[in-house]
Design a protein. Structure first.
Length: 197
């Protein structure tokens, strides 16, 4: 059996996705600030944050495998992380209404020897046009406030989505096919017990 897998995230969605795949892991949250740099492209931002999260936790837990990820929603030239408040969530949902947007999750894995492997997965999500009443009712539910882009595709917002192109689990917060392949390759088959023989 390989080293312990550490998930550098407190995201309930990532925890649920890993657990559902049969992966054994421990949670050690990263403490880095997720702040875009001036002029930083969305893809570069997500990759940098995932890398910094992985390094932050790997320094505290040397000799173990550390998995980190960052998910962003990209609508046109806009980068949407988690909304700051109700007004911010409303702004995001209005921007996504009736449009197709991209969801990008950057993944960084530090293995037991301290080597880092990175990948990034993009999916496209199409929203139907939302009414003001639907948006307000969704905001009232409380669901948008800790989600990139202000919505949960697997939750109440599934009724807003007309199509997902690419990895569905990526839109939730972790592209599981790619993550399980990384774990098998770099952290031993025990890390992906749910799919590996």
């Amino acid at each position: 059996m390989g080293a312990t897998l550490i998930l550098a995230s407190v995201s309930p969605r990532r925890r649920e996705l890993l657990a559902a795949s049969g992966v054994q892991f421990e949670i050690v949250p990263s403490t880095i600030a997720e702040i875009p740099q001036a002029g930083e492209p969305p893809e570069a931002f997500a990759q940098r944050i995932a890398r910094e999260k992985a390094c932050d936790v790997a320094r505290r837990r040397p000799g173990e495998c550390v998995l980190a990820a960052d998910t962003v929603v990209i609508a046109g030239a806009n980068l949407f992380g988690k909304p700051k408040d109700r007004g911010d969530a409303r702004r995001m949902l209005l921007a996504l209404s009736g449009r197709t947007h991209r969801v990008l999750t950057a993944v960084a894995l530090v293995d037991a020897d301290g080597r880092m492997t990175e990948t990034a997965v993009k999916s496209e999500v199409e929203f139907r046009r939302l009414t003001a009443g639907e948006i307000e009712a969704y905001l009232d539910s409380g669901e948008p406030f800790d989600k990139a882009g202000g919505y949960a595709v697997q939750g109440l917002a599934r009724k807003f989505v007309t199509q997902v192109r690419g990895s569905y689990s990526n839109v939730i917060g972790l592209p599981m096919d790619e993550v399980l392949a990384l774990l098998r390759r770099h952290c031993g088959s025990a890390m992906a017990a749910g799919t590996a023989p």
